[in-house]
Design a binder for this molecule. Structure first.
Ligand SMILES: Nc1nc(=O)c2c([nH]1)NC[C@@H]1CN(c3ccc(C(=O)N[C@@H](CCC(=O)O)C(=O)O)cc3)C=[N+]21
Length: 282
């Protein structure tokens, strides 16, 4: 198992770092707080929200869940976001997606104060990321970068093949990799010969949301494989990579669970700390 990246160990390290930052802020009179909005009862969102509540306490961040009924109007949701924008005791706001169909996801994302947008979904933060300017960046793509860097991998000039162009992982990750001076190939469902593209990768990052997509035959010997996929297969969580067989050829690989996902929540809390600093001019 020597070639598995230990996401849980890295998450523990990150937690200690974020906790220390929170302690510093507390010493300066600031108590960081995250507000989570959940509209309706999407089962995954309910679980994610509860899990964040537990983890917040571990790093000393206050947490408040606003669980609204599924029939709440768009106007009411926007009004609540406005109230949280104005509340200077709240430093991070995230809306669990999906929202019910009668609510515009875009309007909701644009309503959140960009400096409280710890999910990195506001168009301004997306634009800052593209422009290479300081921004709040979604946690999962950050996790991919940190797992690589803390495994001692220098991204500069490396041939990275990224599979998946979603708004939450693939697309933002493309720009983070560019910032690190990687040579990035972005593959997606329209890519003609996926195996051929992936075979050229010194680093392969899977973020397509399709179990079994990346197989051993596609991976160049010695490549580093990061699996950001989350798929439920027969009640189990698996990534996009057929992990055990790919591990036979990869030099390093992230497991699922215990890889990318293990660092996601703590990086969200790090965004709360970053957001607070922006808001208070620290
Ligand atoms: N509405 C919504 N809210 C989310 O918060 C949300 C989402 N959708 N979609 C997907 C992403 C991803 N994300 C993860 C958070 C923690 C782990 C995590 O802690 N994973 C552990 C395993 C945890 C366990 O086994 O329960 C691990 O990978 O080791 C993983 C993934 C939240 N997300």
């Amino acid at each position: 198992m020597a070639n598995y990246i230990d996401g849980k160990a890295m998450a523990a390290e990150l937690r200690a770092e974020v906790k220390a930052e929170v302690e510093k802020l507390k010493a300066q009179g600031f108590q960081p707080k995250l507000a989570v909005l959940l509209v309706g009862d999407d089962p995954a969102s309910v679980l994610y929200a509860r899990s964040k509540e537990k983890s917040a306490a571990n790093v000393g961040i206050d947490f408040e869940l606003f669980h609204l009924p599924g029939q709440t109007t768009e106007e009411e949701v926007l009004r609540l976001i406005e109230r949280l924008n104005q509340d200077d005791q709240v430093h991070g706001i995230m809306v669990e997606l999906p929202v019910p169909k009668h609510i515009s996801k875009e309007k909701v994302m644009e309503k959140v104060d960009p400096r409280k947008d710890v999910d990195g979904v506001h168009p301004l933060n997306r634009g800052y990321l593209v422009a290479g300017r300081p921004a709040l960046v979604p946690a999962t793509p950050q996790s991919c970068i940190i797992l690589l860097e803390r495994s001692g991998i220098d991204l500069r000039g490396k041939k990275v093949v990224l599979v998946g162009r979603g708004e939450t992982v693939g697309k933002p990750l493309f720009f983070l990799l560019l910032q690190k001076n990687a040579t990035v190939t972005l593959c997606h469902t329209g890519t003609k010969d996926l195996a051929k593209e992936v075979q050229a990768g010194e680093i392969v990052i899977a973020a397509a949301g399709r179990a079994g997509l990346i197989t051993k035959e596609m991976i160049a010997p010695g490549a580093v494989v990061i699996d950001a996929g989350i798929n439920e297969v027969e009640g189990r969580i698996v990534g996009d990579v057929v992990t055990e067989e790919v591990a036979e050829v990869a030099s390093l690989i992230t497991p699922v669970p215990g890889g990318v996902g293990a660092c996601t929540t703590v990086l969200l809390f790090n965004n709360v700390v970053e957001g607070l600093k922006m808001q208070k001019g620290l």
